[in-house]
Design a protein around this ligand. Structure first.
Ligand code: ADP
Length: 928
């Protein structure tokens, strides 16, 4: 009987089930009962047929009694029968259940034997039973295990504490559950998940331990591999993040970390040198574990990572080297740097590996080799860099010493130039000054001509010295460009002033025109800008025999590079052949040597101009037509001054507006300029090119408020025309434009022309002269162009002058010059004497030479400033042959007020004295 699912026995009966006592009793009762019916119903009536016979009655009663008894006994029998069958059934059921249990258990055991390892040991751990599966996994037979202690399958993986814990749990009568690593007969390890149950006898003593185990080796190794992979990944990361200035230290730390994570005794990086491997870095630094050279060489050849878990089981076992070195397990690979073989990275141990290398370990070694390659690459780069830095340092040191030598040389050169300049200028000062004085006196014509030659030659000499000084300054890079507000008009007019005399001699017109959109003031270096213009204008005057020299200034707009000032210096001179144009801007270059002979010059002017334009971030070039003239042009960046001082023309004079002005000049350019200028002030100009046309207009009744008249005209000169006009219209306002050469005081007086302009005409002077003429104001005293033509200066600007100069010739010269200007100076020989003179007399102006014995000019200036408070201090004027950069600044820094350089020109001197007088008067300083 199999138990039903609810555990109740099933009602069916087996055929060979034994007959029970109850049944037997009932059958017997039935036989007796039916026998009696047969006896009473058939036998008696037939034996005793007479009714009512005793036998019949007895038999009938017996029948009734039997019936009654039978019916009375039936329930008793049934109960009896029931009682009998329950006991039997229980026994039967128990028997059947036992059989079922046995069957089920054997089925379970069968299934268990398929899946699990089952073993029984006695309390001492001696095997008493093992199932087939146990034998299959442990590779031992039942006979080999039974009677043996459990320790025969111990792996040695678990520490002693593990087993202590194990036995303690079991002996405490508890079930032990856990994972155990066992060793199979062939030495391989296998992992089981085990449940061990202690069994007790009736007295409670442990009789045996039953263990049921499932093999988990695969899961365990998968878990181990994942853990290993993660661990190695972390290690690789931390190696990649290693930081140290020293790459060798990084390599050592990397090997150390890798070795610890791969569980190796030694890690070594070897370099291939002349066919053999040389240790580069190793961890630990000193170790007893030798490096397996054969393995290293194999790794060098192998494309992949060479991994040998047990050398003794590998073909290498026969090789004497690794055995000799005691290496039992190895993993290593090739290291490449920049695609080239560098050496090997290897790990080795003296104990063999239990199992083959995990893929994660092989991958780790491969990646580490790459990482090490990168570190080596960086180390190489650093080494190259260090070598280069060393070379650079060396070069820097060399450069520094060369620079120091150069600076010493430059200083020596600068000192030499300063000395040379000073030494040449000092005698030149005397020559120029004395010739100026001589030229201004009555002399026989021949002597005058000779002295004029001396004067021109000394001017040329001075120009040459200046050029050489400038050039050497530019070349040595000592030239610094200033950025201060510069009036472009004043700058051009100053350039014309310098060339006015020579232009007038050659009867050349010096003209300029500034386009209206050019700002009046720009930020620039006036000296350098003027120097370029002086060079160009001087050349233009030099190489032009007739006609004009015109400066034209435009604003060149450039949205990309910003605006530029475009200067053009155009002449009507000899021109320059095309092939010579480019080289003109090189040093010492001229069109041909014959021009040098004819015109003089060093060939430095244009080279200096080009350098200056370049330093000012501009450029210079020339356009020319031989025989017709040249047009030298240059560009410099335009930086308008932020708050330019008010331009004199900005405030328009209402008196001028609507006035008719007749312009008479044979030079068309000049006519155009005068016409444009007067137009810009609101006047109505009318231009004619000669006297006849002018007279014709007058005759025609043309409205004329003012005549601007050029003196030098071909058919009828300006004086004649002025006379004609005067005779017709005595009140006509006439302004004469005259050059120095044509200036005729007496004719002007006769013609009652009180207003004249000396060419080159300055726009500001023209404006003021016209304003004065229209308003009827007398023309202010004429300002002469040169010092000696300013004889009234001493009257206008009375000054008490003290001069400190050590050079006797120059002493005489300055004395004569000042006397010529109307002054009575006191002359002393040095600064000390000047100080003592100042103690006695309150001089208005002290002119100080710089280089003097006893006390130089700078010290004297400082002393004067120290001894005299600002309001009571004389005006200090430096007069020096030191014309180098910074000299002016040095003088001003020492407390001097102004500066003129030697050779001193009378005009410079008188201008400086006028400045001294005006400034001192304006600032409230008192003279006498
Ligand atoms: P220098 O004038 O001192 O010789 P420059 O460098 O100023 O030196 O000029 C070099 C040469 O360029 C001159 O000698 C001359 O031949 C030529 N040159 C310069 N400017 C002009 C000009 N405006 N017209 C004709 N030739 C000129």
């Amino acid at each position: 009987m199999y138990p039903s699912p609810d555990g109740q026995p099933t009602p069916d009966r087996s055929p060979n089930e034994p007959v029970t006592w109850g049944k037997f009793f009932l059958i017997t009762l039935g036989v007796v009962f039916f026998g009696e019916i047969f006896l009473v119903g058939w036998v008696i009536p037939h034996v005793w047929p007479e009714p009512g016979s005793l036998w019949q009655e007895v038999s009938l009663n017996a029948l009734l009694l039997s019936l009654f008894t039978a019916f009375a006994l039936i329930p008793i029998f049934i109960r009896f029968e029931q009682r009998c069958s329950t006991g039997e059934k229980r026994l039967l059921l128990e028997k059947r259940m036992n059989e079922d249990i046995v069957r089920t258990l054997s089925a379970h055991k069968l299934a268990l034997d398929q899946l699990a390892l089952v073993a029984e040991t006695d309390p001492l751990g001696i095997f008493t039973y093992v199932n087939d599966k146990f034998c299959e996994v442990s590779q031992f037979s039942t006979e080999e295990l039974i009677g043996q202690p459990h320790r025969v399958i111990r792996s040695g993986v678990h520490p002693e504490g593990f087993w202590k814990d194990f036995w303690h749990t079991l002996h405490s009568n508890k079930i032990w559950r856990g994972e155990i690593c066992n060793r199979a007969k062939d030495g391989s390890l296998y992992w089981v998940d085990a449940t061990v149950v202690p069994f007790k006898d009736a007295r409670g003593s442990i009789t045996k331990f039953v263990s049921i185990q499932t093999v988990i080796t695969r899961r365990k190794s998968a878990e181990d591999s994942t853990a290993l992979r993660i661990r190695l990944l972390h290690a690789l990361n931390s190696i990649a993040e290693l930081e140290s200035a020293d790459p060798t230290e990084v390599l050592f730390l990397a090997l150390e970390k890798a070795r610890e994570n791969l569980l190796f005794e030694k890690a070594v990086l070897e370099r291939l040198e002349n066919g053999s491997l040389v240790v580069e870095v190793q961890s630990p630094r000193t170790t007893a574990v030798p490096r397996p050279e054969t393995c290293g060489k194999l790794a060098l050849k192998a494309r992949e990572v060479l991994a040998i878990p047990r050398i003794s089981d590998s073909p290498l076992a026969k090789d004497p080297d690794p055995r000799h070195c005691g290496c039992e397990s190895f993993i290593g690979t090739l290291v490449l740097v920049d695609g080239q073989t560098y050496g090997t990275l290897a790990f080795c141990s003296t104990v063999p590996r239990e199992k083959p290398f995990d893929d994660a370990e092989i991958e780790f070694v491969r990646l580490l080799a790459r990482l090490i390659g990168a570190v080596l690459n960086r180390r190489n780069a650093l080494q190259i860099l260090a070598t280069k830095n060393l070379a650079l340092d060396e070069a820097k040191k060399n450069a520094e010493s060369l620079a120091a030598a150069a600076s010493v040389a430059a200083k020596a050169k600068a000192d030499f130039l300063a000395n040379m300049s000073h030494e040449i200028r000092t005698p030149l000062n005397a020559i120029v000054g004395m010739t100026d004085l001589l030229l201004d006196s009555e002399l026989p014509r021949r002597v005058h001509e000779h002295i004029d030659t001396i004067r021109t030659s000394s001017d040329s000499l001075l120009a040459i010295i200046n050029d050489i000084l400038d050039f050497s300054k530019i070349e040595s890079g000592r030239l610094e460009i200033e950025s201060t507000p510069v009036s472009l008009r004043e700058c051009i007019e100053a350039v014309f002033d310098l060339n006015a005399a020579r232009a007038s001699q050659k009867r050349l017109d010096l003209l300029y025109w500034i386009e209206p959109d050019v700002p009046a003031f720009v930020l620039s270096d006036r000296t350098r800008l003027q120097q370029i213009l002086v060079n160009l204008v001087t050349n233009a005057v030099k190489f032009t025999e007739t006609g004009e020299v015109m400066i034209r200034l435009r604003r060149q707009r450039d949205p990309k590079e910003g605006d530029f000032l475009h200067f053009s210096v155009k002449d009507t001179g000899i021109g320059i052949p095309e092939e010579a144009r480019d080289r003109l801007f090189q040093v010492f270059s001229q069109v041909d040597s014959s021009t040098t002979r004819r015109f003089g010059g060093t060939g430095l002017g244009l080279a200096i101009s080009r350098r200056l334009a370049e330093i000012m971030k501009g450029k210079i070039w020339v356009e020319s037509t031989p025989g017709k003239g040249s047009d030298f042009q240059f560009l410099i960046p335009l930086h308008p001054a932020k708050d330019p001082p008010a331009h004199p023309f900005q405030a328009k004079n209402p008196d001028l507006i609507g006035r008719h002005v007749l312009i008479v000049d044979d030079n068309a350019t000049n006519r155009w300029i005068l016409s444009e200028q007067t137009k810009s002030w609101g006047m109505i100009p009318r231009e004619v090119s000669g006297g006849r046309e002018a007279l014709a207009l007058e005759e025609a009744g043309e409205k004329i408020d003012l005549v601007l008249l050029d003196v030098q005209m071909p058919d009828m000169d300006g004086y004649t025309l002025a006379g004609e006009l005067r005779s017709r219209r005595p009140d006509l306002t006439i302004i004469i434009l005259t050059s120095l050469a044509d200036h005729d005081h007496s004719r002007l007086k006769t013609l009652r022309i009180s207003r004249f302009l000396t060419k080159p005409v300055k726009a500001t002077v023209l404006y003021e002269t016209i304003c004065g003429a229209i308003s009827g104001r007398p023309q202010p005293t004429l300002k002469p162009q040169t010092g000696f033509e300013d004889p009234e200066i001493a009257g206008e600007c009375p000054l008490k002058i003290l001069v400190a100069e050590d050079h006797p010739t120059n002493q005489r010269l300055i004395k004569l010059m000042l006397e010529r200007l109307g002054y009575r100076p006191e002359i002393v020989g040095n600064g000390l004497e000047a100080l003592s003179s100042l103690q006695k007399i309150a001089f208005d102006v002290v002119i100080l030479d710089i280089q003097m014995p006893e006390m130089d000019g700078l010290t004297a200036a400082r002393e004067i400033c120290r001894l005299h408070p600002p309001g009571k201090r004389p005006w200090i004027l430096a007069m020096t042959a030191n014309a180098l950069e910074g000299d002016r600044e040095k003088c001003l820094a020492a407390g001097m007020n102004d500066y003129i350089s030697k050779p001193v020109r009378p005009s410079d001197l008188s201008a400086a004295l006028r400045r001294a007088y005006n400034r001192q008067t304006l600032s409230g300083g008192k003279f006498r």
